[in-house]
Design a protein. Structure first.
Ligand SMILES: *[C@@H]1O[C@H](CO)[C@@H](O)[C@H](O)[C@H]1NC(C)=O
Ligand SMILES: *[C@@H]1O[C@H](CO)[C@@H](O)[C@H](O)[C@H]1NC(C)=O
Ligand SMILES: *[C@@H]1O[C@H](CO)[C@@H](O)[C@H](O)[C@H]1NC(C)=O
Ligand SMILES: *[C@@H]1O[C@H](CO)[C@@H](O)[C@H](O)[C@H]1NC(C)=O
Length: 342
């Protein structure tokens, strides 16, 4: 969407200003970006109006429970005393939470596919948090609700914990803006409650970069998939940063189909990791610039949802993708790539 590039331009202007006067703290930078956009767009952002937005964000948020890939319960996030009996979920089992992005909802094709894959491979309780009402307006409007949404999702998880769910059996997934939410929610709960595993897909950059957030403080194992340079973040502070396609910046398959860009392809690829092997390169490709430590990667290592997270494999991992669905490369093709690199 063109909005994203506008934000990036604004960001660059701000960085230049920052370099000139150097007095802004990182936090101020974040709000300064907001203020500049808001000044023209949200003239009527009175306190009352802000409170109304806050109320709307939570009131319109839906918590949808799935058991064995069947929707069992849908409830409002506003009331945190859900009767979980109806959900078929029990506090002694695993739980997974799915967070969508801007102009998306829990009924999007990728969300239903992911819920299906998680139900099949992970089992337990799968919960999708739908904030599509707030997510359906401008990115700026959604962005101004970031802290409100983070707070509301945090209280949903706290309510689950209060009912006996164990964060050690918890998993969060977030795509794009939802990836930023997953990290912020995890960091909100940390270190009192440590979510076992958080996976994000092309976590949003606009409005968030270049603020140096430590995403590894969001959970015990935080792995972030990166797939685009225009919409994804450049902050690679997760335990594992998986650079898909060309250096995590572009996917070759944008050329073979019209409906998904490099950003959107991230979730498609993540969903396919359940069924297809996505082999990692054992070294950083020469064309990929990085100042981050490369991961020590076991032979034949594949990336994706990992039921038993290997805490030994951390750092940056490069995973080339192919031109066509399901986007994986064979071991042979990967070896050829490595040889050409070497
Ligand atoms: C500002 O917002 C309030 C509440 O939504 C509305 O009643 C009022 O008409 C708005 N004022 C302007 C100038 O848009
Ligand atoms: C889950 O759903 C599938 C298909 O609807 C069904 O065959 C299976 O028995 C269900 N499993 C459980 C544990 O309910
Ligand atoms: C849920 O089920 C348990 C056990 O069957 C029961 O004790 C409890 O009262 C039920 N909760 C609600 C809110 O109905
Ligand atoms: C993707 O993985 C499948 C299953 O292992 C394999 O049969 C297929 O050849 C791979 N795709 C490509 C393009 O090599």
């Amino acid at each position: 969407m063109p909005l994203f590039s506008i934000f990036h331009s604004i960001l660059i202007i701000f960085i230049l200003q920052l370099l000139c006067n150097g007095t802004y703290s990182k936090l101020n930078l974040k709000y300064a970006i907001l203020r500049q956009k808001q000044a023209s767009k949200l003239q009527n952002d009175t306190f009352v109006n802000q409170q109304r937005i806050k109320y709307d964000a939570q009131k319109t948020m839906r918590v949808i429970f799935y058991k064995n890939n069947t929707k069992t319960l849908e409830t409002s996030a506003y009331d945190d005393t859900y009767d979980l009996n109806g959900s078929g979920c029990s506090a002694s089992e695993k739980f997974a939470i799915v967070l969508h992005g801007w102009i998306q909802s829990c009924t999007d094709e990728w969300a239903t596919s992911l819920i299906e894959r998680l139900s099949y491979y992970r089992g337990g309780c799968v919960i999708c948090i739908d904030y599509s009402v707030v997510a359906s307006s401008s990115y700026m409007r959604l962005y101004t609700n970031f802290n409100t949404l983070t707070g509301a999702i945090t209280s949903i998880i706290l309510a689950l914990i209060k009912q006996g769910f164990d964060p050690k059996r918890g998993y969060l997934f977030g795509f794009s803006f939802g990836g930023q939410l997953a990290s912020a929610v995890g960091r909100n709960l940390y270190p009192h409650h440590v979510i076992e595993s958080i996976d994000t897909c092309d976590m949003a950059g606009p409005g968030f970069d270049p603020i140096a957030v430590d995403h590894s403080k969001a959970g015990k194992h935080v792995q972030c998939f990166h797939s685009s340079q225009d919409k994804g973040t450049f902050v690679y502070s997760c335990h594992r940063n998986i650079m898909l396609g060309s250096c995590g910046l572009k996917q070759p398959s944008v050329a073979s189909q019209l409906h998904l860009g490099s950003h959107g392809l991230c979730v498609d690829i993540y969903i396919n990791t359940f069924d297809y092997p996505f082999y990692a390169l054992n070294s950083t490709p020469p064309e990929c610039f990085t100042w981050h430590e490369a991961a020590k990667i076991p032979d034949g290592y594949t990336v994706g949802y990992e039921e038993n997270f290997d805490g030994q494999v951390t750092g940056q991992i490069f995973v080339p993708t192919s031109l066509h669905y399901p986007y994986n490369l064979s071991k042979k093709q990967l070896m050829l790539l490595s040889k050409n690199n070497g």
